[in-house]
Design a binder for this molecule. Structure first.
Ligand code: FES
Length: 167
């Protein structure tokens, strides 16, 4: 008889434990949901108050020492979207942005030309258009030497495509 009472007591006790565990579980779910909602609202508030600024690459940049560029080379500087071209007569810097609709062109070493992947415009290494819908040649940027002997490209200043930097 005593054994039967103990068994009933154990059963009630385990039911109470299960209820407490269920309550704890629901509390944890509630706290978790509130945490996620709180984090979301903090993130949205931070985004709302942070300035809506577009960071663009600098308009003037150093392109390194001239001896980095072999004669007869076209080097694409991806982060500036500029080609540094070195020919026997000197250096020039050309925009890599196509003058048709603004796609980024690619230097084709094997064909010795700059090609636009969007609508097929093609340019000579000096930016002069060969064919395609581009209305103008690729613009040349002002190029000079810094006091410590590095190439300095000014993307705000366009120059004639006959102007070269002799080093
Ligand atoms: S954007 Fe280059 S050809 Fe159209």
């Amino acid at each position: 008889m005593n054994e039967a009472k103990n068994a009933m007591f154990d059963q009630r006790n385990s039911g109470a434990d299960a209820e407490v565990n269920r309550r704890d579980f629901l509390n944890q779910i509630t706290i978790g949901a509130l945490g996620v909602a709180g984090f979301g609202s903090v993130a949205v508030t931070y985004q709302y108050f942070s300035p809506n600024v577009l960071f663009e690459p600098a308009t003037q940049f150093r392109a390194g020492r001239p001896d980095l560029y072999p004669v007869h080379s076209v080097t694409y500087l991806q982060d500036q979207q500029v080609y540094i071209v070195r020919m026997p007569e000197g250096f020039y810097a050309i925009s890599a942005v196509c003058t048709h609709l603004g796609c980024i062109t690619q230097w084709k070493e094997e064909a010795q030309m700059i090609a636009c992947p969007c609508h097929g415009s093609k340019f000579k290494p000096d930016g002069v258009k060969i064919e395609g819908p581009a209305p103008r040649p690729l613009p040349h940027f002002a190029l000079s030497l810094t006091a410590d002997g590095e190439l300095l490209v000014n993307k705000l200043q366009n120059v004639k495509n006959t102007q070269v930097l002799k080093v």
